[in-house]
Design a protein around this ligand. Structure first.
Ligand SMILES: [Zn+2]
Ligand SMILES: [Zn+2]
Length: 207
């Protein structure tokens, strides 16, 4: 597969961000990303949306400020950063202690399988109206589907779904249950067992 050329990666179907269009600005490499203990419990993780507890290790991705001059920091739980923002995470992980270093293989996996960082849990389709981003067919009600998010400028936007059985062609791996479980907190053991089966049953699109 040629990187960056597949039309599927375009921004269509994704609502435009509110406000004036952000001017593309380069990273200021004088302000590196950071991994540190959270100094309060107020920040929410950009990856999973849940709060980051005070004292918990967090990954801060520095970005040009979308609203004005200077820099802004996007905070993530350490694991969420490794899963969802592998490239900036890897820029700092090797020099940020054992907990960060232990997540390097997970982050590297997301670099090697470039669509894997889009994974944001899984669910049984509540309706039969969504189309799979891989095979383009409708996902039947109650079928297992994997939720996707796309990182746009400085936030994640909902990016649709793929059949669990389309994971192999779409992600080029089915070794993704750890991420699905991480972002799909409501999934129980029975759900995970069903998902494991659904991932292996590679779907054959209708001709
Ligand atoms: Zn998180
Ligand atoms: Zn599909």
């Amino acid at each position: 597969m040629v990187r960056g050329l597949d039309n599927e990666d375009s921004r269509r179907n994704i609502p435009a961000a509110k406000g004036p269009p952000a001017q593309p600005r380069a990273y200021n490499r004088d302000v590196p990303h950071v991994i540190e203990s959270a100094s309060s419990g107020r920040a929410k993780c950009r990856g999973c949306g849940r709060p980051i507890a005070m004292g918990e290790l967090r990954f801060g991705e520095r970005q040009p400020n979308a609203f004005g001059e200077g820099e802004m920091t996007l905070w993530f739980h350490l694991t969420c950063g490794a899963y969802a923002r592998p490239v900036p995470f890897l820029e700092i992980a090797a020099t940020a202690g054992d907990a960060a270093a232990s997540l390097i293989p997970a982050a590297q996996f997301g670099v090697d399988h470039r669509r894997v960082p889009r994974i944001h849990g899984a669910e049984r389709a509540p309706t039969g109206r969504a189309r799979c981003r891989s095979c383009k067919e409708l996902i039947a009600k109650d079928e297992w589907r994997i939720a996707l998010v796309f990182f746009e400028e400085f936030r994640f936007e909902p990016g649709g779904f793929v059949h669990a059985g389309c994971a192999q062609p779409y992600f080029e791996t089915i070794d993704i249950l750890d991420r699905i479980r991480h972002f799909g907190l409501d999934l129980g053991a029975a759900d995970i067992a069903e998902l494991r089966k659904a991932l292996r049953a590679v779907r054959t699109p209708a001709a």
